[in-house]
Design a protein. Structure first.
Length: 231
């Protein structure tokens, strides 16, 4: 924190603000009507509010300014194409997993609460659902009814699927599957046809002949006009 008074905190605060300012200036110069967009207004507000006001005696930043700094850092991270692609891929999987956990946890709570004291509250059921989804399996809460166990199986299968999507998305984000993509793109590209070069040469010759014939026709037309004028 720059407000800590140490030279390292002050240097980091000033340099990070300069990075934010430079990023804002570049966006403003390269994008049309950037300040009219929501992101442009947000970036301008963050640059102004997170300026090194702490260098002024008696000025201190509150928790709101600290949150703005964190939001600005997240904004810079998400500016990359890889991060946006990662969020797009994980968005649907995260929404589906969240829905399954909430629904299955409520089903398990309704089935286990009358008979199982471990499902005392809805919060306990949600805790069990999250632990089951992440395949951690603490075992502190265990369903005992068939309905609760089937709900647990559903969450387990969803967790396995989500972990697979997460692993593939992270591999793509860190370019770990670039070799596979290159191989697939190479295999997908059609082989060059042997007749393409010959076809292009033939078309080029035909165009040249057409141009030559056109010039000869224009020459004959002009000569015929001159001959009629002389007569």
């Amino acid at each position: 924190m720059p407000e800590s008074g140490t030279w390292l905190g002050i240097a980091v605060g000033v340099v990070s603000w300069l990075v934010f300012l430079l990023d804002f200036v570049v966006h403003e110069r390269r994008l049309v009507h950037y300040l009219r967009t929501g992101l442009g207004k947000f970036d301008l507000a963050v640059v102004v509010l997170t300026a090194p006001w702490f260098l002024i005696s008696g000025a201190h930043a509150g928790s709101f300014v600290v949150l703005l700094r964190l939001a600005r850092v997240a904004r810079l991270v998400l500016a990359s194409r890889g991060a946006r692609r990662l969020l797009r891929r994980l968005g649907g999987a995260a929404a589906a997993a969240f829905g399954v956990v909430v629904l299955a946890s409520l089903v398990a709570y309704s089935a286990e609460h009358p008979k199982n004291p471990e499902f005392a509250t809805v919060g306990d059921a949600l805790w069990w659902g999250i632990v089951t989804l992440t395949t951690v399996g603490y075992g502190d809460i265990v369903p005992k009814t068939p309905t609760g166990r089937w709900a647990g199986v559903t969450i387990m299968l969803t967790g396995i699927a989500v972990l697979g999507v997460l692993a593939g998305s992270l591999a793509s984000f860190f370019r770990l599957d670039s070799d596979v993509d290159n191989d697939e793109s190479t295999e997908a590209s059609p082989p060059p046809k042997s007749g393409d070069a010959t076809t292009n040469d033939t078309l080029r010759q035909m165009m040249q002949e057409i141009v030559t014939l056109r010039s000869q026709v224009e020459l004959l037309t002009s000569q015929g006009s001159e001959h009629r004028d002389k007569e």
